[in-house]
Design a protein around this ligand. Structure first.
Ligand SMILES: C[S@@+](CC[C@H](N)C(=O)[O-])C[C@H]1O[C@@H](n2cnc3c(N)ncnc32)[C@H](O)[C@@H]1O
Length: 356
């Protein structure tokens, strides 16, 4: 092709095309046509190479995401996944379980026949790990426990096999369907604290994917809070805490998160087909034995939430500044908290997949 174009150009230059005006114009057109073809072929070749490179990059990135080395696109997670944050998630587990009555599985869910349980957005897997004791796992009542999370960064291991249970932790983004071997497998699906992680627009498809995982008659338990999760018992809310609440709430809106997650979860659970859907709200006001824990939780959760919230509202643009400002605010908050009664709220939505 290049040769053909070159010889056409050569011919035109040599004046051979000047014998007749028509012939010369005809050759000129041919040259342009050939040049156009060369151009089109080059563009096609370049776009083919670019598409190939892009798909290779996407595959490579997917592998990195699966390994937990990078975060998936469009992630809006308000927290981080540092070892400190993992320790905070583990430490808050007992507090959250005590807040909802002392057992990781809600009392509305019968536990006698539960053997297969999945925890979605499992974080460090702490909730699943507490089940072996809660469900009296034994070699004759062996549990299959599976934790899924969009990132493996906080996993302490990928599997833990013992005579009484097997626990697997794997990477999966709940916005996509789960692998066929997981569909229809579980007696109970649990989720907790997605309010700072899932965009409002993603709840519906996530709920459909969760529904698919359950056996007929299986249960959903979703523990979550809204952006009023922390407040104070005083009649006029402490202005300092209110300001922090507003920062988190407006970041949630800016990032497309759902400030009223429990209500949406309850509504969607009914819409996808769960029956006997209930939403129960728990708070620390009437539990004096949890007041100190609530104080500690509030300080720690704000320390984790505020940096990304400040970035989310545009209040600051650099992470280091956000962290520095957070530390200052949290220091002040700690002294404020001594004079007020912090209140922590958590809602539990329970639903059952119909038997047929
Ligand atoms: C606040 S942590 C809660 C962890 C755990 N449920 C607990 O209560 O300890 C939220 C978790 O949701 C995970 N997550 C966020 N988006 C997700 C998604 N689309 N699919 C699966 N997990 C997701 C995050 O990686 C994080 O581990």
């Amino acid at each position: 092709m290049a040769y053909a174009v070159a010889s056409h150009v050569e011919n035109v230059r040599d004046g051979q095309g000047a014998i007749s005006g028509n012939r010369s114009r005809g050759r000129g057109h041919e040259v342009y046509r050939s040049l156009a073809q060369v151009y089109i072929h080059s563009v096609m070749m370049v776009s083919f190479v670019l598409t190939l490179l892009l798909s290779l990059w996407r595959r490579f990135r997917k592998t990195l995401v699966r390994m937990g080395l990078v975060f998936p696109d469009e992630e809006v997670y308000l927290l981080n996944r540092s070892p400190k944050e993992s320790a905070r998630l583990n430490a808050q587990h007992d507090f959250l379980v005590n807040l909802i009555g002392g057992r990781p599985i809600h009392p509305a869910i019968p536990t006698e026949d539960i053997t297969d349980v999945a925890d979605i957005a499992t974080g460090t897997g702490i909730w699943l790990m507490s089940l072996a004791a809660a469900l009296n796992a034994s070699p004759t009542n062996r549990l299959y426990l599976h934790g899924f999370d969009i990132s493996a960064t906080q996993y302490p291991f990928s599997k833990d096999i013992s005579p009484s249970h097997e626990l697997h932790l794997s990477v999966h983004d709940m916005r996509h369907r789960f692998l066929p071997e997981h569909r229809g497998r579980y007696d109970l699906i649990h989720l907790r604290l997605l309010v700072g992680a899932l965009k409002e627009e993603d709840y519906a498809r996530s709920m459909r994917n969760i529904y698919e995982l359950l056996k007929p008659g299986g249960y959903l338990q979703w523990d979550d809070c809204d952006t009023t999760a922390f407040s104070t018992a005083e009649s006029s809310p402490d202005p300092f805490i209110r300001r922090m609440q507003e920062t988190v709430a407006s970041a949630a809106v800016n990032l497309g998160l759902c400030p009223t997650a429990p209500l949406l979860i309850e509504k969607l659970a009914t819409m996808v087909g769960f029956e006997d859907v209930t939403r129960q709200s728990y708070n620390t006001i009437d539990k004096p034995h949890l007041h100190d824990a609530a104080r500690g939780w509030l300080v720690q959760v704000l320390r984790s939430l505020l940096p990304k919230s400040m970035l989310g509202t545009g209040e600051v643009t650099e992470e280091s500044v956000a962290i520095e400002r957070t530390e200052r605010l949290v220091g002040e908050l700690e002294s404020h908290c001594q004079n007020v009664l912090p209140v922590v709220n958590l809602h539990v939505v329970v639903g059952r997949k119909p038997l047929s």
